[in-house]
Ligand binder design. Structure first.
Ligand code: GCB
Length: 630
């Protein structure tokens, strides 16, 4: 290879930075988070993006300097060329789009051109629905922002970088697993990389509504309360919230922080519930800086109007009383199933309406009123659809397994993802549970860390319940069988206890559940958040062999029967979400012929074939033979 400036730059960089320690880019430029982006008029940047695999992160070593300066289309780059690079579809993980990317973990550069014609007095954001795991964004060679976290949206202010006419964006996405990441190195799911969700340009006025929270008062079911925030508001602005169908309207003012408290009395409200998933059309208007209009006077002085948003919102309350979960003040049992954001049939990360329709269609067919969306926030289409379909939702951040709880750089990452998840979805009636973790080992430092997260979730959103999927202790029962003991001190910080168990799969056999007694050391509602068994669809026990062997549909189905009997004996059980709706891709599952890179604990195969256990759970849900305590 001829020694040119590029090579010299690379050699110099490599000498400066040992191979193992890729230099971290400069501290992340701030990103914001616009809520309700799917109701704004946006310019979609979905479609074909040029893509360059950069396995050694060369372009990033100088904080994007090298590639960035050569993005000028007048230059003919020596070592890469976006114009001639082949393309990848956005949204979409890269792993499923090209064979050479199936196992790829590293950096990949995306580039696309777009037209933009500026409107005066507006700000423009580049909205990225999710990019796994770290992203670095440039527009027209200007470095715009960075973001860490693979499952939450972010918005980068590109106003000053845009030109009238032809523009281009470059986004480097890196899905290298990080020990100090959230999640950390080990996960039982595929590390799908790339721009996995929608990308768009969002144009907003100079002062814009970046956030709002409208919910029903727990104590007064004829009062909607919350707040609206106007970013960039330097003086008090008039905010109007209306629900035309209810003829409800409130007009109020922002404070010095740009926040307006909302208190909106409503009459004859139909409460949102799985049986009546009623959504109301809501209008939120920033009416500018003019004073309130005195009654009886003509007021057209408040032009120009500021930002305007619409949303479809359901109103309901969720709370606990002792060991009960109350929806709209009434006890409810959560008949659920867990699911990953794995796309049915085509495979890869789920992102489309079709993916959501298929997954939630199966969930409804199963007789569920509830879904546990594991182990990270899913696409916003999922929670929108859950709102429409009347499915209650558990939504989770990827504080999964062995997070580095003792590493001070990690907690801010968890907090950020939790905040982003809550902001995006707190106007969705379907979401009732924020889950802060899954199966974390009980240590003092872990409990402190996750208690901080639970407190943060309560602080940002005092209207919902906070949960986590806990590990459960096992002890021998002197009278025979075993005890399952729920006494993880993290339970003190939670409203609802999720508990995972694999009796009959990782421990004991089919009759394991018959010999298990549960001891729960908290007077709080419990959801059996995971349990299950694995089998490829269509793999059957030999005729007449009973009990059936593991890895057969018969074993899985019979285990479901035993588990359901056990679950019904747990007095404070208030919900159930077995593991899981559909088989999903995972690097942990390498058993040839049985798994072939798929965790096969689904009730349905990744190709859409239902296993026998599907019908066992369906029967329990449809006949109400599970959760009788309701
Ligand atoms: C668990 C994890 C889940 C795994 C599952 C399994 O406990 O929470 O992510 O996929 O077990 O199949 O082992």
């Amino acid at each position: 290879m001829p020694a040119g400036p590029f090579l010299r730059a690379v050699v110099a960089t490599l000498l400066a930075f040992p191979l193992v320690a890729l230099p971290l880019a400069a501290p992340a430029q701030s990103t914001t988070l616009l809520v309700d982006v799917d109701h704004r008029a946006t310019t979609s940047l979905n479609g074909d993006w040029h893509a360059i695999i950069d396995q050694y992160s060369i372009g990033l070593r100088k904080n994007g300097f090298y590639m960035n300066t050569k993005f000028d289309p007048a230059n003919t780059p020596q070592d890469y060329n976006f114009a001639t690079a082949s393309t990848l579809k956005v949204p979409g993980d890269w792993n499923m789009q090209r064979p050479e990317l199936y196992y790829y973990e590293g950096l990949l550069w995306y580039q696309r051109d777009f037209e933009y014609h500026a409107q005066p007095n507006h700000r423009v954001f580049l909205h990225i629905g999710a990019a796994n795991y770290r992203s670095y964004v440039w527009v027209n060679t200007k470095k715009i922002c960075e973001h860490e976290g693979g499952f939450t949206p972010f918005d980068c202010d590109v106003t000053d970088a845009l030109k009238d006419g032809s523009n281009f964006a470059v986004i480097a996405v890196d899905n290298t697993r990080l020990a100090a990441g959230v999640p950390t190195l080990q996960t039982d799911w595929w590390n799908y990389g790339g721009l996995t969700r929608d990308v768009s340009l969002v144009e907003v006025p100079k002062q814009y509504i970046d956030d709002y929270d409208l919910h029903l008062s727990r104590t007064d079911h004829s009062l909607i309360e919350g707040s609206v925030h106007v970013e960039g508001a330097t003086q008090s602005r008039t905010i109007i919230v209306t629900i035309p169908e209810l003829r409800a309207r409130v007009e109020t003012k922002t404070d010095e922080q740009g926040r307006a408290a909302i208190s909106l009395p409503v009459k004859s409200l139909t409460l949102w519930s799985p049986e009546t998933p009623k959504l109301y059309h809501v209008e939120i208007t920033d009416a500018g800086t003019a004073p309130n209009c005195p009654p009886g006077q003509h007021c057209d002085t408040r032009q120009p109007l500021g930002d305007h948003l619409t949303d479809e919102i359901g109103f309901r309350t969720i709370e606990t009383r002792g060991t009960q979960i109350l929806l709209n003040g009434k006890p409810i049992f959560l008949r659920g199933i867990s699911l990953h954001a794995e796309a049915p049939i085509r495979g890869g990360r789920a992102y489309s309406e079709k993916d959501v329709d298929t997954l939630l269609g199966w969930t409804k067919e199963l007789g569920c009123n509830y879904v546990r969306l594991t182990h990270y926030p899913h696409d916003e289409r999922m929670t929108r659809a859950a709102d429409r379909l009347g499915l209650l939702v558990w939504s989770e951040v990827p504080d999964y397994w062995a997070i580095q709880f003792d590493n001070p750089v990690v907690l801010p990452k968890s907090k950020q993802q939790l905040t982003e998840m809550i902001r995006r979805d707190r106007n969705k009636a379907s979401v009732i549970l924020w889950s802060i973790a899954n199966e974390t080992t009980n240590t003092e430092v872990r409990t402190k860390y996750l208690t901080t997260l639970a407190d943060l979730a309560h602080q940002i959103d005092p209207t919902r319940l906070v949960t986590a999927a806990l590990l459960v202790r096992t002890e021998k029962n002197p009278a025979g069988g075993s005890f399952k003991i729920v006494d993880d001190p993290l339970g003190n910080a939670l409203d609802v206890l999720g508990t995972n168990e694999y009796i009959g799969w990782y421990e004991q056999g089919l009759t394991g559940p018959d010999n298990t007694t549960w001891q729960i050391h908290f007077q709080k509602p419990v959801i059996m958040s995971e349990w299950g068994a694995e089998t490829p669809a269509g793999r059957h026990a030999p005729p007449g062999v009973n009990p059936p062997p593991k890895w057969t549909e018969e074993y899985q189905a019979q285990l479901y029967q035993h588990q359901i009997v056990m679950l019904n004996k747990i007095p404070q059980l208030r919900g159930n979400s077995p593991w899981l709706l559909m088989d999903f891709r995972s690097p942990h599952r390498v058993n040839p012929g049985l798994q072939d890179n798929f965790n096969r604990k689904g009730l349905i195969s990744d190709k859409g074939v239902k296993k026998q256990a599907f019908y066992v759970l369906q029967k329990a849900y449809q006949t109400n033979s599970l959760g009788k305590a309701e």
